[in-house]
Design a protein around this ligand. Structure first.
Ligand SMILES: [Zn+2]
Length: 343
């Protein structure tokens, strides 16, 4: 029997529609399984998720800082030795600059969440730019720190907004675990929603709110019990299948000196241990290893000057230093590994 005859018989069979449907479903399933998961959109400079092959998560807190809930969140993070990333709102920073200094001094990262939390895709692009620059200026006034990470309010954006973020030197940070904790829900529900959704490489979206502050200890303990480790956003970027190196502003503020007690005054004060920095000096172009662990991730050294507006291809990677317009001359150094988009 010829192949043509077999195909003809199959085609005429009453089972043909079933076979076709099963084949289509199977094909889609296999394609999704086999296709590498996208982690970083290079064209938009956007982190979509962390490395799906690593048992790690990133805690992010939007909309603060608010006294009370943020104090509690920072206390919990410090007590449990976990670092997080805070996407702050400029007008809140102006009201509570000390909280931003504390975030940074305790090793957390701070990112831009605009000045007044308006949706960037609903305003002229010039106004969106002002929203971003005004928040950067607030953080700079409060702490002296620059920012390289940005999350648009409501995670609402269009192509123009993404290009604006990119042109200002920011990596846009998406999330893939959401608890809707900005609504008035009990801490137990926040815990449940996070634990139900979390998986390897999750970027967890939380908010600076009282219920979230109450839920946080259980969230951290439960994730630790499941074996997860916690990254800041720049650490997560540096651990992607194709790493992206972004300046971290963690520890850019020195912690306040401990108060001197009466007894301490009479005794010689031991030297304070050096605070570990997460800002290693970036390596020279061409010597970067694409498998460099996050602890060695190059970061802006606070002194670099000069930039190019285009991605400069080297033998081993892409280096794209760009200006920060908020500071005039402060620059960010960011490098993506060779091979382009991580998919
Ligand atoms: Zn927000």
């Amino acid at each position: 029997m010829s192949v043509g005859l077999i195909l003809k018989k199959v085609w005429q069979s009453r089972w043909t529609p079933v076979v076709v449907v099963v084949a289509l479903i199977g094909g889609v399933y296999l394609a999704r399984k086999v296709a590498p998961k996208e982690t970083f959109e290079l064209d938009a400079d956007m982190l979509v998720r962390g490395n799906p092959n690593l048992h790690e998560v990133c805690l992010t807190f939007d909309d603060g800082p608010h006294p009370g809930s943020m104090d509690s969140i920072l206390d919990t993070l410090r007590a449990k030795d976990v670092k997080a990333t805070f996407f702050v709102v400029g007008k809140e920073v102006d009201l509570h600059p000390g909280l931003v200094r504390r975030m940074l001094a305790e090793g957390n990262e701070v990112g831009n969440h605009t000045y007044s939390h308006k949706r960037l895709n609903t305003m002229p692009i010039a106004s969106a730019k002002q929203e971003i620059l005004a928040c950067a200026a607030s953080v700079k006034r409060a702490s002296g720190a620059s920012m390289d990470l940005l999350r648009p309010p409501g995670m609402e954006y269009d192509k123009e907004v993404l290009q604006l973020n990119r042109s200002l030197g920011y990596v846009t940070v998406h999330w893939n675990v959401v608890a809707a904790d900005y609504l008035d829900i009990p801490p137990s529900l926040i815990v449940k929603r996070v634990l139900d959704q979390v998986k390897d490489g999750s970027v967890i979206l939380l908010h600076d709110a009282p219920a979230t502050a109450k839920a946080l200890p259980t969230i951290i303990d439960s994730l630790k019990a499941r074996g997860y480790t916690f990254d800041t956003t720049t650490q997560m970027l540096a651990r992607l299948p194709r790493p992206v190196y972004v300046a971290s502003n963690a520890y850019s503020v020195k912690p306040p000196a401990p108060p001197v007690t009466e007894t301490a005054k009479t005794k010689p004060v031991p030297k304070a241990p050096k605070v570990a920095t997460t800002k290693p000096v970036p390596p020279a172009p061409g010597i970067r290893s694409t498998n460099r662990p996050a602890v060695d991730a190059p970061a802006w050294d606070g002194k670099s000057k000069g930039h190019t507006e285009h991605h400069e291809k080297t033998t081993l990677g892409l280096i794209c230093p760009r200006p920060h317009e908020d500071s005039g001359e402060l620059l960010t150094l960011k490098a993506a590994s060779s091979g382009g988009v991580s998919r």
